[in-house]
Design a binder for this molecule. Structure first.
Ligand code: SAH
Length: 386
């Protein structure tokens, strides 16, 4: 663990003035710098420096979105303006680094962020040879209650605001840049269910595309299978990638593993996926965490193939990562290979995903920050059976 080195202390009060498009319908959380759109930034500049030339707003906007700097770091601004912007509550950062963890020889980094109201979330940055990807949270906690997922085990705290989602990407992109890498992909696969916080998630997608310059084809929303959300997504203008966390392709098993299946069973989910693929032309991916003798049998191969094939979907397999509240183990390598080969024989495209960051609890399904009493203070070993 390395020290986070917070740049700014906690700020009192809630921001006044315009805040641009806001994040959450429920008003939880506090507006912060990336909640502001260009007009919102313009209003703040006008408030602290009435009559300031318009190009100051452009400098501020470009500094934050192109160079990913904090307002107080923009040396091209006059010192008094920089100081006033740095002190303005509407420009406070949303995220205070509480813990920073590195793994895989520095190729994986996990941040635990503390939000203004004390909620905690996690962000994971993954470097690959040709690209870097950030995995962002959309909610503090999650209400979907998937038993094998550490976030689901911990329960729901609140929706994130647009600015809290965008700032995760900005901070990760800056970190990548400082290592000579370029952040090119964002996956909405951290804590929370993106389609249960639709407006803030979609607002963040538009920001990342329009203002941070990320292409829609490099943005992936992962969902547990909220059917109305998928249908809404199908009608949006930007064709982002859609990943569905399937994990079982018969309703009885899926009802157990992914409780929201009782509300949106497989037939409805399949219809929504069809609509998404037809509307966007994007390839759908199906996520499948292989759980020993739970969803890794030959009959699971058959059910998955029957679901995936008509949709032309790509299947991502990942052996279940261990979490404290779920006693069942991930499938051993031989069963993973057998499942992959069986699926391949049916003509379905399939990849076995490499697990990253497991020893710092940064792997899929391991994000679980709650109160400080639950914080991980040292890397934990993988739990053995029993
Ligand atoms: N709520 C969204 C996004 C967050 S979960 C969703 O469900 O898609 C990101 C991915 O990690 C999902 O595919 C989820 O099913 C998977 N996952 C959760 N717990 C896991 C675990 N213990 N091992 C492996 N994958 C897990």
């Amino acid at each position: 663990m390395t020290s986070g080195g917070a740049r700014t202390g906690p700020r009192p009060g809630t921001p006044g003035g315009r805040t641009g498009r806001s994040g959450t319908p429920d008003g939880a959380g506090r507006a912060s710098r990336y909640d502001l759109d260009r007009d919102g930034l313009g209003s703040v500049v006008e408030e602290v420096a009435p009559g300031a030339p318009r190009y100051r707003v452009v400098q501020l906007w470009e500094g934050m979105h192109r160079r990913l700097l904090a307002p107080e770091e923009l040396t091209e601004l006059p010192v008094p303006l920089r100081a006033a912007l740095g002190d303005h509550p509407a420009l406070a950062p949303a995220l205070q680094p509480e813990e920073v963890w590195d793994a895989d020889g520095g190729e994986t980094r996990k941040w635990v962020w503390r939000l203004a109201d004390g909620a905690r979330i996690e962000t994971v940055l993954l470097h690959y040879p040709a690209r870097s990807t950030v995995c962002v949270s959309t909610q503090a906690g999650c209400a979907m209650a998937c038993g094998f997922c550490a976030t689901g085990q911990a329960g729901f705290a609140r929706n994130l605001r647009l600015g809290e989602i965008v700032e995760q990407v900005a901070r990760a992109a800056r970190e990548a840049g400082e290592r000579g890498r370029r952040l090119s992909r964002v996956v909405f696969m951290g804590m929370g269910e993106p389609l249960a916080n639709y407006d803030a998630t979609w607002g963040a997608v538009v920001r990342l595309h329009d203002d941070l310059g990320l292409s829609a084809r490099h943005l992936t929303i992962s969902t547990v299978g909220i059917v109305p959300g998928i249908r809404r997504l199908a009608a949006e203008e930007l064709p982002v990638n859609l990943a569905v966390s399937l994990h079982a392709a018969d309703d009885a098993t899926r009802d157990e593993l992914v409780p929201v299946n009782r509300r949106y069973p497989l037939a409805e989910l399949s219809g929504a996926c069809r609509a998404y693929v037809d509307a966007t032309g994007r390839r759908l991916s199906l996520e499948w965490a292989l759980i020993d003798h739970v969803n890794d049998t030959t009959s699971d191969v058959g059910a998955l193939a029957a679901f995936a094939r008509p949709l032309g979907a790509h299947v991502n397999l990942i052996p279940l990562n261990p979490t404290p509240g779920y006693p069942v183990q991930g499938s051993p390598p031989a069963r993973v290979r057998a499942f992959r080969d069986g699926l391949r024989m049916t003509g379905v495209n399939v990849t076995v995903r490499r697990t990253r960051g497991r020893d710092i609890d940064a792997a899929c399904g391991q994000l679980a920050t709650r109160g400080s009493e639950h914080r991980v203070t040292a890397p934990r070993r993988r739990l053995g059976p029993g």
